[in-house]
Design a protein around this ligand. Sequence first.
Ligand code: PLP
Length: 478
Amino acid sequence: MVEDRLSRLRALPAAHALLAHEALRTLAQTRGDDTVKRLVRASLERARRALLDGSLDGDRAALTAALVADVLTVSAREQEPGLRAVVNATGVVLHTNLGRAPLGDRVLDEVREACRSYATLEYDLDEGRRGHRDLALATRLARLTGADDATVVNNGAAAVLLASTALAAGREVVVSRGELVEIGGGFRIPDVLTSCGATLVEVGTTNRTRVDDYARAITGRTGAVMKVHPSNFAITGFTASADVRALADVCRSRGVPLVEDLGSGAMVDTAHFGVPRERTARDALAEGVDLVIVSGDKLLGGPQAGILAGRAELVARMRRHPLMRALRPGRLVVAALDATLRAYEEQRAHRDVAAVALLAQPLAVLEARARRMAAGLPEARVAPVEGRVGGGTLPTAALPSWGVRVVGIHAAAVERRLRAARPAVVARIESGEVVLDARTVRDDEVDAVRAALTLAVAAGGDVVSTDARADDGDDGSP
Ligand SMILES: *Cc1c(COP(=O)(O)O)cnc(C)c1O
């Protein structure tokens, strides 16, 4: 038996014979000799193991053909972009694992224009000397939110880190026990706060915190009072959170800044899209919050960024802080955020901010798209479905939509085949059926979805009655 398996190894071609193979000599012209040698060695090693465990068999010619094919496959996979574009058929508009907010064509055109050569990132054309990186952004953000001033860092978590470091390092931050949020991926707001050397002072209880609780906790050591928006969960029942106006009055009279980490921070009223109204930065500032923090790639629909907007002297402290140099965004982000904010200023967000456009689609459009996705496929049933905003935003709100349910075939197998398609199609499994939501599928992706569905269904497979629940990929992280 052992003898038998060892003898199979003799059928393996030698490395130099493979390297002399015409297909691999051609490959070496684009990928280089060293790379092809590495691929051949790895492929031979896999074949050796497969021969020994009996999962591969064949004569010299068959093994040579299999090894060459293997090397070409692995090489092609290595040459794919690290970020592969996928079709999001989950109906989760801000899908954290799929990159959160998509960027629209107009925004991307402006990014390209601002990045392909040189731009006024830190240059004042009127004065002919160094300017401020976030000057244009700050002006737009101030107009859009009603803040005195604003600045931008790499993401929301960086903004929380900067604010707590600048305001409360070596001092205390007062936070409600109901707002000690984990923002996803294992990152917790209390850990971000304490990592900068601030001491956390927890007040109230999980379900109820009153203004008095905060007032009693403020001392000469308090650097800031922080409100954290419960963006990825909801506490219901016997609850109370401090009225922000009353809390702002207390903070002002005690000379302590009130910071609100809003998380999503919509710029438009989400009630227009049939989901509850998400608190905006303008709401928070109008209620007396001194500094608000919002993410760039949640409901705002821009690139990954963290925005700090509020009172001029607080924003100035952020901008001056040494950490700012480590947290500032690059040109790609500045350009994309500026283009996004301009779309809001010019009242064309519903068209040019892709996430807003996805939320604003009428049901009739979604239904028509779902019908095109399912056309000619008896296993694909067009049906009303429910998507979500995602990105940890409006966690309890369902987004009514239209989609396709694949019936009569093993859901896990169909879902896997859709993921293996090119382009990959990411779907959900619900009550043992694969569901594709039309909301997050672009019109120019419909043909690819139908083609992937056709292949996935053609491969067949029996239905299982179990309620297979697949992770929709959104880890709930905001
Ligand atoms: C999303 C979120 C964050 C983190 O923002 P990122 O941009 O993902 O870093 C922080 N706080 C709250 C309340 C959030 O919802």
